[in-house]
Structures are given as C-alpha cells and as structure tokens.
Design a protein. Structure first.
Length: 450
C-alpha cells in the first residue's frame, strides 16, 4: 500500500511539473508562402520554421502552422486558445499576406479567394479575433506581424469596391490592444514590408538575431530590430511597435541557469567585480582539485573552518539599497546630459527614458532592461562628457550647446510652436486710434468720432 501511494505521488508530481513547464510560455507560429496565382512568397515558411526552432530552444511550447488553409488556420487558433489558458506568456507570430480594410486587419490563408469585401469574413482570419483570445487572460501577450508584404489581393479588392476603395489600405492598420500586450509590425502602419533576398525576411532576420541575446527585454529588443531593418533596407522599411506591457519580458532566459551544486558542499559566495581586489576565502578542497589517490590509502581533506562557511548559503548583501542605486543612476544620467529628472531615488518613466536615450547614443553601454543595477551603474560611471544630445523646445534654438529662447522681429510675437507672427489689432486699440483724430466730440461724458 505504501509503495502504491509513493508511485501515485511520483506520477502526479511528474504530470504536474510537465503541465507547468508546458503552460508557462506558449507560442503560435504561422508562415504562409504557397499562395499561387503570382502571389507566392518565398520566405514566410522559412521565417516560421526558424522562429519556431528558436522559441523551442528558449523553453516555449510551440504550435507551428505552415501554408495553412482557412480551416487549418482556425484549427491552429483553437488549439492555441485552449493551450494558452494557463500560460503566463503567449506569443503569436504570423508571416504571409495580410490586408487592411476599413481599419481592420485580415490575415490571408493560402486558399483564400477574395473577389469582393463580402468574402473577407469567410475567406480570411480577423487579426482581432486572435488578439481577443489572447487577451482573455491578463498576462504578457506578444504579437509579431511580418504580414505587410505587397499584396495583389488588395488592389483587386479595391477595384471591386469602386468608390469605397479608399477603405482598402496599404500594409496593416494600427491595432488597439489591452493592458499587457505588445504588437511588433514588420514596418510602420500603412506601409509594405520586403520579403527579402535571403532565406528570411529583413524583419525576421533581425528578430532571430536579437531574440537570442540573454536577458534582453523585448521592448529594447524591438528598438535594436528597428535599427537593423532600417540599415538593411536603406530606411525604406521601419519596424513599428505598440506596447502596453507592465513588466519586463525576456525570450532567452539562459542567464537564469546556474551551475548544479556539488553534494555535501555549500555554494560559494557570489564573486562581484567590486570584490576583485580581495581573494575569496578558501573554504575547502573540491574533488577536481584533489590529487588522485590509491584505493588503499586515505585521502587527506582540508578541514573546513566553520567561521569561513558561516552564511555561505545566504546571498551576498548588495552594495546599494534600491533607493541608493536608483539615486546614483539618476545622478550619473544627469551628468551625461540624459535628463533623468530629480535625483530622488524613485525610478520612474523619466529615469527609464533617460537610460534608453543613453543606450541609443552610447554603444558600449549594455542595457538589457531599463532598470537600475550595479553592473550597469559601474559602466555608466566610466563614461565622460555629455553623451545625450541637447533637446530644445519648439520656442528655443540650440546655440553653442545651450537652448536659447527664440527672438522675433519688432512688432511680432513668438507662438507656442516656435513661429513668429504679427498679432491682429484688437477692437479697443482701433477705437483708441480713432479717438485721437481731430473730428471728435464729447456728449454726456462719452467721446464720439466721425
């Protein structure tokens, strides 16, 4: 009886751990290439295969769909929706043809036959349907749309709609989302993206490159993707993102992995760069360091000093408190001209924006997330001079590195938008000028002029 209970407990533990691992991070990856009728795309299938492999390596449970018909697309969406009920993060990637009509976005299966706008609901997949299913749970939801390729269907649909053809737009329309969702577009709304000359599109190539960076936050990743795609396309394609994320999200969590502990030995205290001047205390001899000994001879092991190992299981105390660290970061950012605001130790949007600005103008600073940490502080402290450029308001000019208020010619005023204008004469001033004329007279205390 006891053995049976132990066996059942072990089975339940294995099943629950597998379910947790599967449910933690989930992705639906779709790549449609085989459209036919002069609409075939070379790279979406390759893009989906490459991205699904990468996400699998990062611990995602990935649902893959390649060259999906509408029925197959719906089946994959249903599978994704059911599997994502317990997920902490859900990812949807789509590469293929897409179309916007009346500010709504539609993803096009490979068997779609769109003759007029009536066919949209029956031949395509509404993007908002997928996003709505993802947002049923408050969590991290991320959507990547490499679906802005030049689409012949949009032109034929526009012709069929006649005078209402203006509602058929180029590329995809911006999407309104709920809290906790990020949408990354291959290019800016209303524009078309390139399929690419290589094996993958420019957008997916950049995604794969930066997604693999350990500990890199997704919002900072999108900025790096944008720079890469702009460089690869001579700035003809500019990836766009819309985010309402409330926390950091990292694809490659490899930095969380730790070296397994050796049985019988306490983990060594963390060795920080700040402690590099002093040698960590020797607390014993590991098996790898001990010389091989004959089987019939005792092995001498150095005695472990209890005082040296006291507290070894406890993490080292940080050099700064959270308030001190944030305040020091703010002080350094202000010193470099990045306008972090008040040095009050409260890390908010302005401080994060200042850190982001520094990362954009100083390539040696490795910013994985827009949060203060000791290693990043040490990097910033080694920088000299002004790094962030001076940004002046609309009513100021940049002169010799300083913002100086604009001046206007005599008789003109400066508007809030920084333009000089001549104010119109008011009725009261006109009356005064008339009252100064010679043909005036007074009656009952009032002055009248012709």
């Amino acid at each position: 009886m006891c053995k049976r209970l132990i066996f059942l407990a072990a089975v339940l533990l294995i099943v629950s751990s597998f379910a947790d691992a599967r449910a933690e991070r989930l992705a639906l990856v779709v790549g449609n290439s085989a459209y036919g009728k002069n609409m075939e795309l070379k790279n979406p299938r390759n893009d989906a295969q490459a991205l699904s492999g990468e996400l699998t390596d990062f611990g995602f449970h990935v649902i893959v769909g390649l060259d999906l018909t509408r029925n197959q697309f719906e089946d994959k969406i249903q599978e994704f929706a059911r599997a994502s009920r317990g997920a902490e993060a859900a990812i949807f990637f789509y590469a293929g043809h897409g179309i916007q009509v009346g500010s709504s976005n539609y993803l096009i299966p490979v068997d779609a036959n769109i003759r007029d706008e009536t066919d949209l609901e029956f031949e395509t997949i509404r993007l908002n349907t997928i996003i709505g299913l993802m947002e049923r749970k408050h969590r991290t939801n991320i959507v990547f749309l490499d679906a802005c390729r030049d689409n012949p269907m949009s032109r034929s649909l526009a012709r069929s709609m006649g005078t209402r053809s203006l509602s058929v737009g180029r590329g995809l329309a911006p999407v309104e989302t709920g809290i906790g969702t990020l949408i990354g577009y291959a290019t800016q709304p209303g524009n078309v993206a390139y399929d690419g000359d290589g094996r993958n599109s420019p957008f997916t190539t950049a995604l794969l490159r930066h997604m693999s960076t350990p500990g890199l936050d997704v919002e900072l990743m999108m900025r790096r993707v944008r720079r890469d795609v702009m460089a690869a396309t001579d700035e003809r394609q500019v990836p766009w993102s819309s985010s309402s994320l409330t926390g950091a999200f990292v694809f490659n969590r490899a930095d969380r992995q730790s070296t397994p502990a050796v049985a019988g030995l306490a983990p060594a205290p963390a060795f920080r760069e700040a402690d590099s001047r002093s040698k960590p205390p020797d607390v014993g001899v590991t098996a790898a360091a001990a010389p091989a000994a004959a089987a019939d001879q005792p092995v001498e092991v150095a005695a472990i000093d209890p005082a040296a190992t006291m507290g070894a299981n406890e993490p080292p105390a940080p050099a700064f408190s959270e308030w001190e660290l944030a305040r020091s970061m703010q002080r350094e950012l202000n010193r470099l001209g990045c306008e972090a605001g008040a040095e009050d130790g409260v890390w908010g949007r302005k401080s994060s924006a200042a850190l982001e600005q520094l990362a954009e103008h100083e390539s040696t600073v490795d910013v994985a997330a827009l949060e203060p940490n000791e290693a990043l502080l040490r990097q910033i402290q080694r920088l000299d001079g002004r790094i962030c450029p001076v940004v002046c308001s609309a009513t100021e000019d940049l002169i010799d590195g300083a913002c100086v208020r604009k001046t206007c010619p005599s008789g003109q005023r400066l508007s809030a938008k920084g333009a000089c204008y001549t104010p119109q004469a008011s009725a009261s001033s006109t009356l005064k000028r008339k009252s100064s004329g010679s043909n005036c007279f007074s009656f009952n205390g009032s002055t009248y002029c012709e």
